[in-house]
Structures are given as C-alpha cells and as structure tokens.
Design a protein around this ligand. Structure first.
Ligand code: GSH
Length: 206
C-alpha cells in the first residue's frame, strides 16, 4: 500500500491512521497544482488531490472518508468502524461532516479565499465566513467529546478526521480548540508512531 501525501495537508489524517494500524506501508510525496510535477501526479491520481491510496492490487482510492473506511474495514479487528449499522452511519456522518464541511467549506476559505472569490477585495469576507464554519465545527466536536477520550465511545476513523483539523488549528493558529479537542489532539499527537510519521513528511522528497 502506498499513500500519496503533501506535507501537512489533510493527508496527515490518513497518514496518522496508517501509523496507528501499524502495518507496513509506503509514502510518496504528491505534487501541488501549478508545479511542473503536477501533470505526472495526475497520471497517478487524475483528481490531483491528496490523500490518495494505491492499494496492494495497484488500484487507486481517493476521498478521505472512503480511504479511512477502507482501512478500517480491512483491519476490522482494530474496531475503528462499528459493525452495527447505526454505529457505522454515525461515524461516517461525523467523518464526512468534518472533511466536506469543516475542512472544505471552512478551513479552505480561510487559507485559499481565491478559490471562492476571484476579487481580492472579497477575500477578507470569505475568510471570516470560512473561519465561522471552521470554528463551529471545532465547537461541535468539543461538545461531542465532552471530556471523553474520543468522539464516540472508542477510537474510530472520525477521530483521525478531527485530528488533522485540530492539528491545523494548533500549527497555523486558525480557530481555537476547547479543552476536550486540545486533549484529543494531544492524545493522538503523543503516540510516537503517529508523530514520527507526520514529522517524517517534511523530510520526504518527491
Ligand atoms: N475531497 C478530497 C479533498 C482533498 C483535498 O482537498 N486535498 C487538498 C489538501 S488538504 C489537496 O490535495 N490540495 C492540493 C491542491 O489543491 O493542489 C478528500 O476528501 O480527500
């Protein structure tokens, strides 16, 4: 299995999940749009995004929640996705909300306002709107954890989606974490294998 990543991007959530699973995997740096290497990366992943997972049979898997679900299902003994329907849909509901709303509608507006408004004069308003979405998502997670260790009764793939958002907040000073989210972030970040995996991204050449 090989994970395509960009240093510090949302792919850190899948990278952390792979590290937690503890099975061997490879990583390779993808290319950002606008760089000379991007066309070659699009031959591997036509969407041009990360995370992208090349499975052992050589097939490509994209989209964070789908990759996370695949990893959870193929490592079923780890219990990172509930086996009952109600449990599974609640975990997927949270995972998809974190990725497709809190990240893509919130955080992306703050970091890349030009994707939402071509005119620079609109960027401050776009960023403010995005920050509201991002912070509301962090606050929702804070209420859901509410002093527990994880978003649900035990660790699930949703925790790895929340982890990358929390990490972005900590590293880039965007939004703020309540005490439950801060402890949740630190709980995963303090795992040596996760920290080593993510810190290694900065040292990996493409
Ligand atoms: N829907 C995709 C979105 C992934 C995404 O937006 N990834 C960003 C990094 S956080 C990316 O690849 N950006 C590179 C670029 O736009 O050049 C998913 O859930 O995996």
């Amino acid at each position: 299995m090989k994970l395509y990543f960009l240093p510090g991007a949302c792919s850190i959530g899948i990278h952390a999940l792979l590290a937690e699973l503890g099975q061997p995997f490879e990583i390779e740096k993808a290319a950002r749009s606008g760089t000379p290497e991007f066309e070659a990366y699009k031959q591997i992943n036509p969407k041009g995004k990360v995370p992208a997972l090349i499975r052992d049979d050589g097939s490509l898997l994209t989209e964070f929640p789908v990759i996370a679900l695949y990893l959870a299902r193929t490592h079923a003994a780890r219990g990172l996705i509930p086996t009952d329907i109600e449990g599974e849909i609640r975990v997927m509901e949270m995972t998809e909300h974190l990725v497709f709303t809190v990240h893509m509608q919130g955080y992306t507006r703050v970091r890349r306002p030009e994707k939402f408004a071509p005119s620079e004069s609109d960027h401050a308003a776009v960023k403010a709107f995005g920050l509201g979405i991002f912070q509301a998502g962090l606050d929702r997670a804070e209420r859901q954890i509410n002093g527990k260790d994880w978003l649900f009764d035990k660790m699930t793939i949703a925790d790895f989606a929340l982890f990358y958002l929390e990490h972005w907040s900590v590293v880039n000073g965007i939004g703020s974490l309540g005490p439950s989210c801060q402890a949740h972030h630190d709980r995963l970040w303090s795992k040596a294998e996760i920290r080593r995996a993510i810190e290694s991204e900065a040292l990996t050449s493409s």
